[in-house]
Design a protein around this ligand. Structure first.
Ligand code: ADP
Ligand code: MG
Length: 580
């Protein structure tokens, strides 16, 4: 079946703007109908002139229908613009809902830019397709049939010729459809690749400049741009191929109609007035298809775009959100039971058969080599991702049975790359507004040592952090993220190498502040430095996604395994420093 491609855009339009689509289509039909009236009027006018009859009536009709048609086209285009704009808005809102629903998982899977290309550009391409192409497709299906029926009554031979040619146009369009879909898909794939490269370059510009890699990256970007150009040109070529066929068919149809009618008139089989009418009407029979062809040319990327958008919108949620249970107040116990997780497309599990149990209010330190699965464990504990097998129990309840929004409100995190939003420091500490609890806010700001640098800024806590926090240092951003985690009053907090950008003094001050939360918050602390986890109640050592050690720090120290070796190594380091 080739039709689902046409269906995606149509379904979007019918779901979001059915009334508007009806109005545009009616306006299109009226405009096209007035075109046919003009044909009648012109035939009458020329007939009157040839016959030397008074022309007042036919001239009036011709002028009236021409002006009315102009007005109808104006109305149709305005309606089409409004329809397209409304649809674009609605589709963007729907896409945004998907982003908000699945964004956490996309981020966890490393797919940040998943829909930005769709959101901005593909939706733009929907406009021409839905506002102009689809309504015109209806006109092109209805008006020519009516015209051919009228022609049948005047000159059946010409009617059959015109009808045959008209059937040939959609039939050959069908042949082109598959190729056009492929081209359209190809275009969007390259477009997304190109857009991703540009975004990546802008984000990593500093690194590229520092490493002197700009030239190399630029040539790679040029390569991606060249591929996009090639895909677009190929699309245009294919589309032009169809246009050529259509122009050929129309030429054959109208020339044939002219020759046939002229010879019929010469032989006296058809009166001259009727001949003119046949000539004008056969032109009108082709006009809707010609217009459709020109819209097609501009909107065929919209066809593939609609399909891609529809595919994203119909994707099942990344995380099932049908749980209704609420975490009981207070810090939850965290338990992982036989958790397996493999990233999509990866052939190695990131976690295998991980089982740990953390009592309420305890601090779990997670250590292990880079790539051992620490961050994945943090994501699974916060339900950014669901395990492939096994379960996460929070407060004794399966995380999947918990109300997701309530779970998000009860949890918090600080990551290695703390993401800030444009706005002030205060807004970033309390992104949800507030403060509900001014005292807590003050405490969080002080505990995370945000006041220490905010006080030196001209507007204090109301200073602008710049786009994504660009005006702050990495350490300052991380401190704001800490304050945020503390201010929300979350009962489960995951810190993923959260002190990586802090100097030793700030790190130890923040560690002190965290230690004061002991018992009030269950904490998972993923650490690369031993100093961060010296307050841990439990230690989990991961290696290649498996649990190699789990227990109290003293117990593990006595056992003389991995953890003991790590402690030993850091003592030796310290001794080395002190001995100097
Ligand atoms: P750690 O935090 O201990 O350094 P991670 O949990 O980030 O380790 O990663 C565990 C494993 O999963 C690694 O082998 C890593 O390459 C892989 N991995 C992490 N994120 C992704 C991802 N988005 N897609 C595919 N594989 C990933
Ligand atoms: Mg990590």
């Amino acid at each position: 079946m080739k039709t689902p491609r046409l269906g995606a855009g149509l379904r979007l339009a019918l779901r979001h703007v059915p009334g508007w689509m009806l109005l545009v289509s009616v306006a299109g039909l009226v405009a096209s109908g007035l075109s046919v009236v003009t044909a009648f009027a012109l035939a009458g006018l020329v007939g009157d002139l040839l016959a030397g009859a008074p022309i007042g009536g036919s001239l009036g009709l011709a002028l009236g229908s021409v002006f009315a048609r102009g007005a109808a086209i104006l109305v149709r285009d305005r309606l089409a613009t409004a329809t397209a704009a409304r649809l674009a808005g609605r589709v963007r809102a729907e896409l945004l809902d998907v982003v908000l629903r699945d964004g956490v998982s996309w981020r966890a899977l490393g797919r940040r830019d998943a829909v930005s290309g769709l959101y901005v550009d593909a939706v733009e391409h929907l406009r021409g397709y839905v506002g102009w192409f689809l309504p015109q497709a209806l006109v092109a299906a209805v008006v020519p049939v009516a015209v051919v029926v009228v022609l049948l009554g005047i000159d059946p031979v010409v009617a059959l010729l015109v009808g045959g040619c008209l059937l040939a146009i959609p039939a050959s369009r069908r042949l082109w459809n598959a190729a056009m879909s492929r081209r359209g898909d190809d275009h969007w794939e390259r477009f997304e690749a190109y857009a991703a490269r540009i975004e990546e370059a802008i984000r990593g510009l500093g690194t590229l400049l520092a490493l002197g890699a700009v030239r190399r990256h630029r040539s790679r970007m040029a390569g991606a741009g060249e591929e996009l150009r090639r895909a677009s040109t190929a699309g245009m070529r294919t589309s032009l191929g169809f246009s050529a066929v259509m122009i050929g068919v129309v030429a054959v149809g109208s020339t044939g109609a002219t020759v046939l009618t002229a010879s019929a008139a010469a032989q006296g089989r058809v009166p001259v007035g009727a001949m003119l009418l046949v000539l004008f009407l056969s032109a009108e029979a082709f006009r809707p298809q010609i217009e459709l062809g020109s819209y097609w040319h501009e909107s065929f990327y919209g066809l593939a775009a609609a399909e891609r958008i529809a595919a994203v919108l119909s994707r099942p949620p990344a995380l099932a959100d049908d749980g209704r249970e609420i975490l009981p107040p207070g810090p939850p116990a965290v338990e992982l039971r036989g958790v397996d997780f493999t990233y999509p497309g990866s052939d190695r599990p990131a976690l295998s058969d991980v089982s740990v149990s953390v009592p309420p209010g305890a601090v779990l330190a997670v250590v292990g080599a880079s790539g051992s699965g620490k961050s994945t464990l943090g994501r699974i504990a916060l339900r950014d991702l669901d395990p492939d097998d096994g379960a996460v129990l929070l407060g004794g309840i399966d995380a999947r049975a918990l109300d997701l929004a309530a779970l998000r409100a009860a949890t918090s995190r600080v990551d290695q790359d703390a993401a800030l939003l444009s706005g002030t420091i205060r807004e970033n500490v309390l992104p949800g507004g507030g403060p509900d609890d001014a005292e807590r806010f003050e405490w969080a700001v002080r505990a995370a040592r945000v006041d220490e640098f905010a006080d030196r800024l001209p507007s204090g806590l109301d200073s602008d952090v710049g786009e994504s926090g660009a005006r702050l240092s990495g350490g300052q951003r991380q401190r704001i993220a800490f304050a945020r985690a503390l201010a929300t009053g979350a009962s489960l907090v995951v810190l993923d190498e959260a002190t990586s950008a802090l100097d030793a003094e700030n790190e130890s001050l923040i560690s002190e502040a965290l230690a004061r939360l002991r018992g009030q918050v269950t904490m998972v602390v993923i650490a690369h430095r031993l100093s961060t986890v010296r307050h841990a109640d439990l230690v989990l050592v991961l290696d290649g996604g498996r649990v190699v050690e789990f227990g109290g720090p003293d117990e593990l120290l006595a056992a003389g395994g991995w953890w003991a070796a790590m402690v030993e190594a850091s003592r030796a380091d310290l001794a080395g420093v002190e001995g100097r």
